[in-house]
Design a protein around this ligand. Structure first.
Ligand code: ASP
Length: 595
């Protein structure tokens, strides 16, 4: 190799060693004839000193070095002079005295700093991704991701799981998103769909008798993108035969706990992972992916609101809505302007407005509670509201009166926003939680039939099966989610393994017999050949890596991500293709979108 050691591994104990290093010039400083460079390779950074008294020749080379030049350095490790150690660097106690320097390659000036972690316009760091990935933080994220995957593989291997690859060119498998389609040249007019997940395949592996499957699986969903979504993303996907809910939840709790303790021991875990029923999560947090690092839980005051003369409260309750709110500690001092900001934020979630109550004084009274609602409420009503929120002097209560869905959405948003402002969401804490007891279906207003809360393969609770015929809304699913810090990390379920039940669910989901035959014929058939009871889960690996890396978006833990428009700016793709390629695929573009 062109190097004998890696930059980042050198320590005090190596003093006196002769080394050959190779890497990039991270930073260069000239000090009266002496040149110092921070030399960086994938393992870290070490300081190299070029001293004219050691080698004139090496110093000349050093003089022409610029940031990001690639160099080879031959030298010796020495202790840094006392007082010049750098405790922020793992190699900070030593430096390399250069005897020889060879420029292996030059570099243009990069379009953004590599040696400083200052924010870069997103398009730049996506376009020149190979440069952005040189930043030490990004390198650390990529290394972390590697360690996570390695740990997961070993952990599951140790428990008898087999890693099995499944095809990428496949048929649509419903996970509730749009498919990416791939035209088939050999079968004109026909298309493959890229898997939204390997759901059917992993279930078929259970039918095949393989019992414990996992895969670090690529999934593709053509959805609108957000900070935690990419058109292609990675799941830790697994499936096990002869299990019940508890087995999967325990497996996940053990996996996450030992993963964090191994790859991120400095992070704090809340153990054991709390469990919420879907109903409880929605009631206490307004969402099925609660962030349990902080309180500010939702309180229902619909009963009190129904007795008042306050039109906003009354009309919500009279129209079948709800009145709920959160109590934000210590924010009663918010100015009109700040409150207007919150009202606007709330309105973005759909409600007509937001009722704010600032508890200014020791006592609860119409003149100490600053609120547009106060003068419409009796003293007793005010006291009841204060008691329900357990509000204290200095607190700010935020109340939404609307249909339940809007109330929940708004309060979830406000709760997370206020936690951010109050610094209550410590990203050094990983608050995992399980959410269970989901309904099997939700009514699709647009489609006019039942839709799966999870996916069509999820089993209903045994005792609820008769309700499929009478009250599908009441059927509970054997579905569970794992969430962490307010982020949906994974979903799974115990599956249907009997043909007739699967057919019944398809039917409730609005599939005709022909649809089922055409889309799921293979699957239904498999269930007829001794399909074992089975269940599994899939965890978003990008999201998990994002949380462990304490990043704000999954793009920071993906080597080559796409932008918000699903464009890869580095390759500049998706891109147009030649007419010849389209002809081979028997495809023709619509006139109006032609270049
Ligand atoms: N395939 C499901 C998903 O991607 C996970 C599962 O049910 O195992 O959400």
């Amino acid at each position: 190799m062109l190097k004998s050691h890696s930059c980042g591994e050198l320590r005090k104990e190596d003093t006196g060693q002769k080394v050959t290093l190779a890497g990039w010039v991270h930073r260069r400083r000239d000090h009266g004839g002496m040149v110092f460079i921070d030399l960086r390779d994938s393992s870290g950074i070490v300081q190299v000193v070029f001293n004219p008294q050691v080698s004139q020749e090496a110093c000349q080379v050093a003089g022409s070095l610029r940031n990001e030049y690639v160099v080879q350095v031959v030298g010796e490790i020495v202790l840094r002079p006392e007082g010049t150690e750098n405790p922020r660097l793992a190699t900070g106690e030593i430096e390399v005295v250069a005897k020889k320097g060879i420029i292996l390659n030059t570099s243009e000036t990069p379009p953004f700093y590599i040696n400083e972690d200052v924010e870069v316009e997103e398009s730049l760091c996506l376009k020149d991704r190979f440069l952005y990935l040189r930043r030490p933080r990004m390198r650390d994220n990529i290394i972390l991701r590697h360690r996570m995957v390695k740990f997961i593989r070993d952990f599951l291997d140790g428990r008898g799981f087999l890693e099995i690859e499944t095809p990428i060119l496949i048929k649509s498998t419903p996970e509730g998103a749009r498919d990416y389609l791939v035209p088939s040249r050999l079968n004109p007019g026909k298309f493959y769909a890229l898997p939204q997940s390997p759901q059917q395949l992993k279930q078929l592996l259970m039918v095949a008798g393989l019992e414990k499957y996992f895969q670090i699986a690529k999934c593709f969903r053509d959805e609108d993108l957000r900070a935690d979504r990419q058109p292609e993303f990675t799941q830790l996907d697994l499936e096990v035969s002869f299990v019940e809910e508890e087995d999967i939840l325990q497996l996940m709790e053990q996996l996450f706990t030992s993963l964090v303790e191994t790859v991120k021991p400095e992070m704090q875990l809340l153990k054991p992972f709390p469990r919420f029923s879907y109903k409880e999560a929605m009631g206490r947090y307004g969402t099925d992916k609660p962030d349990v690092r902080f309180g500010m839980e939702l309180k229902d005051i619909s009963d009190i609101a129904a007795q008042t003369d306050f039109a906003v409260f009354r009309s919500a309750v009279d129209n079948g809505g709800e009145v709920r709110g959160i109590c934000v500690p210590g924010c009663a001092h918010y100015s009109r302007h700040e409150l207007d900001g919150l009202i606007n934020l709330a309105k973005g979630c759909g409600p007509q407005g937001l009722i704010t109550m600032s508890f200014m004084g020791e006592s609860v009274a119409t003149d100490t509670v600053k609120s547009t609602a106060a003068r419409h409420l009796t003293q007793a009503q005010l006291e009841n509201i204060a008691a329900r929120f357990e509000s204290r002097t200095g607190d700010l209560v935020l109340i939404v009166a609307d249909v339940l869905e809007v109330v929940n959405k708004t309060l979830d948003e406000l709760r997370r926003e206020m936690a951010r402002r109050l610094n209550l969401a410590d990203d050094n804490i990983l608050a995992f939680a399980f959410v269970v007891d989901f309904p099997l279906f939700e009514w699709g207003e647009a489609t006019n039939h039942w839709e799966s809360m999870h996916h069509p393969f999820t089993a209903p609770r045994q005792e609820d099966i008769p309700l499929l015929d009478t009250e599908p809304a009441k059927v509970q699913a054997r579905h569970y989610d794992v969430v962490c810090n307010g982020c949906e990390l994974g979903s799974g379920s115990i599956r249907i393994h009997h043909r007739h039940l699967q057919e019944k669910v398809f039917q409730l989901l609005g599939y005709s017999k022909e649809d089922v035959e055409q889309r799921f014929g293979h699957f239904i058939r498999a269930l007829e050949y001794g399909a074992p009871p089975h269940g599994g889960i899939a965890v978003g690996l990008d999201r998990l890596a994002m949380l462990l890396a304490r990043e704000q978006t999954i793009r920071e833990v993906i080597a080559f991500p796409k932008n918000q428009n699903a464009v890869d700016l580095m390759f500049d793709t998706p891109s147009y293709v030649d007419k010849k390629q389209l002809d081979e695929l028997n495809l023709k573009l619509k006139q109006e979108i032609l270049r």
